[in-house]
Design a protein around this ligand. Structure first.
Ligand code: ATP
Ligand code: MG
Length: 492
């Protein structure tokens, strides 16, 4: 039998109509007010012809209007395709075509980036449209696709991840069973809604009846003010955001009211975790991906030093294990991270090949390598596709990058394997120096010698002005090789 539960925002507006759903710095809306504006937008969308089952792209920056559009599409029963606003026109056109979306709702200033044969509805156009009656989905069916989100494309071409209502529901429940919920909680959404880190905040807000504060674009100073002023109690960040906030914070400290800094999206540098501990910032390190509808494992701050660098244990409804050569690995033995749970996707849009490769026997193969210690804590090492095998030893680029990044002159670092006659492959590093610093290749190699086994020390180190990153600001290691100068016969 198909599980259905009442439409989330409608139910929330019925249960706790007066509670504040959303703040944005200019104003606020209760859940009832949000529900009312969502009904209006849904009727305006119906006027443009949007119907149940349509795939409708949303190409917007964080705003209350964006939240309304996503809910409104769900009221109609449409599938929401969330698009990264940093995509180039070409990348966007590819994703829109690949998805089969029929409409795209866009912020006015983003609309001219959309190419191809698709009906574009700008926000100002939508807001001016008359309303047309449309049947609202009173229930959400667990099996139905609520959203589609393309992966960041760090390891290859992005894939459209199908996220069901069930995935979002259980993701929100798994998170709250771990983090708990306070009556005065307000979650700062400074990460984009087009990523699962942001969208999951919106889902939690309506499911829990919790306020959220929407930031259009991340601003470290403003985020610190909101935390220090006691306006927000939880925030989701990636490490680059947290670094900026700490730099802005200076000697100030966060108040007790701030109870969770949820840090995810990629590896967390150890020096950053240590600074947070010293400053009393309650960091919850988390591991997750688009395919797991946000967190699948999270580490509570009480373990942040004893289990330094760990991403914690799986959330209550989920399971996680490490597989090596088809067997469950022993504690500390690295292998592929394999996960299972009601928050895990049922597959990729139009990609039965990729789906069959990733989901086997009910388990999702993440493509990430990690290990579990004797207490069941997960440590993420790296992407399987980026592993370097040097003289039979496994070398994880992320470990070398972390060492390079801990050097005071290094702003960014990327490591790949390059062919070597003796060892098969050897690590090769690309470093962007901080402005005003003049470290040499030799000095960096010496620094690595003090922190890494000999076979992990980069044989070549190149200084570059910029590292290749995708629209999610993730390092594209597979493009690093192109930065090696053609006439190269030694380090620069
Ligand atoms: P693609 O799948 O297209 O290559 P992507 O994997 O970068 O893109 P996302 O779903 O945005 O797309 O990112 C999830 C990935 O981020 C994880 O699979 C993992 O590699 C990395 N990641 C997330 N959390 C952590 C963490 N705590 N430590 C290390 N890596 C992490
Ligand atoms: Mg991925």
């Amino acid at each position: 039998m198909q599980t259905s539960i009442p439409n989330w925002l409608m139910q929330r507006a019925f249960l706790t109509p007066e509670r504040i759903a959303v703040y944005d710095g200019q104003g606020k809306k209760t859940f009832m007010e949000l529900h009312e504006s969502v009904m209006k937008r849904a009727r305006q969308l119906a006027n443009t012809g949007v119907r149940k089952g349509d795939i409708v792209a949303v190409f917007m920056k964080n705003s209350v209007a964006m939240i309304e559009c996503i809910h409104a599409l769900h009221y109609i029963g449409a599938i929401v395709l969330l698009q990264n606003t940093r995509l180039t026109s070409h990348e966007l056109a590819w994703q829109l075509k690949d998805s089969g979306a029929v409409y795209v709702i866009a912020d006015d200033e983003l609309a001219d980036r959309i190419e191809g044969n698709i009906r574009v509805i700008t926000m100002s156009e939508l807001s001016a449209l008359p309303e047309e009656n449309v049947e609202f989905q009173q229930y959400y069916h667990f099996d139905d696709i609520a959203t589609i989100m393309y992966t960041s494309g760090t390891t290859g071409k992005p894939k459209g991840v199908l996220q069901t209502y069930e995935n979002h529901w259980w993701s929100a429940i798994g998170s709250v069973l771990n983090l708990g919920l306070n009556e005065n909680d307000c979650w700062l959404a400074a990460v984009p809604f087009f990523h699962i880190s942001g969208l999951s905040i919106m889902m939690r807000s309506v499911i829990y009846g919790m306020s959220m504060y929407v930031m259009r674009a991340f601003d470290a100073k403003k985020a610190n003010e909101l935390i220090i002023g006691g306006k927000v109690t939880i925030m989701s960040v990636v490490s680059a955001m947290l670094q900026k906030m700490i730099a802005d914070l200076g000697e100030r400290r966060y108040p007790e009211t701030f109870r969770c800094m949820l840090l995810g999206g990629g590896p967390a540098p150890k020096p950053l975790l240590e600074v947070c501990k010293a400053k009393g910032i309650p960091v919850y390190q988390t591991y997750g991906m688009t395919e797991t509808a946000s967190q699948i494992a999270t580490l509570a701050p009480e373990y942040s030093l004893t289990k330094l660098g760990s991403a914690g244990k799986p959330l209550f409804p989920s399971q996680l294990r490490i597989e090596k050569d088809g067997q469950v690995a022993r504690p500390y033995e690295p292998g592929e991270i394999v996960v299972k749970g009601p928050n895990v996707t049922k597959g990729y849009l139009h990609r039965p090949d990729a789906t069959a490769k990733a989901i086997r026997g009910g388990w999702f193969y993440t493509g990430d390598i990690g290990y579990i210690d004797e207490d069941g804590f997960l440590y993420v090492l790296d992407r399987r596709s980026d592993l370097i095998i040097s003289g039979g030893e496994n070398v994880y680029p992320a470990e070398i990058e972390a060492v390079l990044l801990s050097h005071e002159s290094v702003e960014e670092a990327g490591v790949i394997g390059i062919d070597d006659e003796t060892w098969g492959q050897v690590p090769c590093a690309f470093v962007k120096r901080k402005r005003g610093y003049s470290v040499t290749v030799e000095q960096l190699k010496q620094f690595c010698q003090a922190h890494l086994a000999k076979y992990k020390i980069p044989k070549q180190i190149y200084f570059v002005d910029e590292l290749p990153r995708n629209a999610s600001q993730k390092l594209l290691r597979h493009q690093l090789k192109q930065l090696i100068p053609n006439n190269e016969n030694g380090a620069l």
